[in-house]
Design a protein around this ligand. Sequence first.
Ligand code: ATP
Ligand code: MG
Length: 245
Amino acid sequence: MPKVIAVTSGKGGTGKSSICSGLGYALAKQGNRTLIIELDFGLRCMDIIFGMKDVEYDISSVLDGKCDIHTAIRQTSLASNLYLLCAPKDPFYTVTAEQITQICQDVKKYYDYIIIDTGAGINSHVFDIVAQSNLILVVTTPDPICVRDARMMSDAFYARGNQSQRLIINKVTKNALGYSLVRDLDEIIDAIGVQLIGVIPEDYQIVASTGTGQPIPSGSPSLVALEAISKRIQDEYIPLTIKVG
Ligand SMILES: Nc1ncnc2c1ncn2[C@@H]1O[C@H](COP(=O)(O)OP(=O)(O)OP(=O)(O)O)[C@@H](O)[C@H]1O
Ligand SMILES: [Mg+2]
């Protein structure tokens, strides 16, 4: 059975979708057949991130009986073992938690990892899927508002019984944190109460690769951080190094 990883945050724009695509790429490059399922029903964006201009089918096509699940899943141009299932184009498309669960069940046996991209905050349909996933990656930036919202999200998933959570601190710069980087990171971790799995620096390469159909360039600080997170997910010990500009 694959490991189902849900990427979530309280506040919007923390970098969830970028992390899903970068982590998916890292896992795929490390030899794992990986599927990203986009469950952000309000604002789909994965087709843009992956530079796909002609996404004909998505989750709604499957639910409406227009195609089967395997037709709706698209191979990405980043890696031959990295696949994407897009959210519906229509932001008002209604779907039940049971329908989403069924889709995840139907595709599970074909993948090593399934990464679920979610919208910001708590959406009742997606909440159960995230709560049931094998690993929840809670994403925050150093911004105090993001930190408090991340705590609220994490608490909600703990309350639902999911203890398997790890924290990603994204968009980290020296300036954002002040001078004592490590002490400030410690404060963020303590405030959220979730064990850290990685720190991703603010890196323009993430923005620049969006929509190109190309991966984040090899060796760029954000990809190095994402590759380390990917290996930690696979239970490899990778010491934390933080390189921020
Ligand atoms: N480490 C980073 N360094 C610089 N820019 C980043 C980083 N991570 C993400 N971004 C940029 O931040 C913006 C928001 O990222 P993204 O869309 O991935 O966030 P999100 O959490 O999925 O947003 P939403 O809540 O709307 O779904 C994008 O322009 C993205 O390129
Ligand atoms: Mg997003």
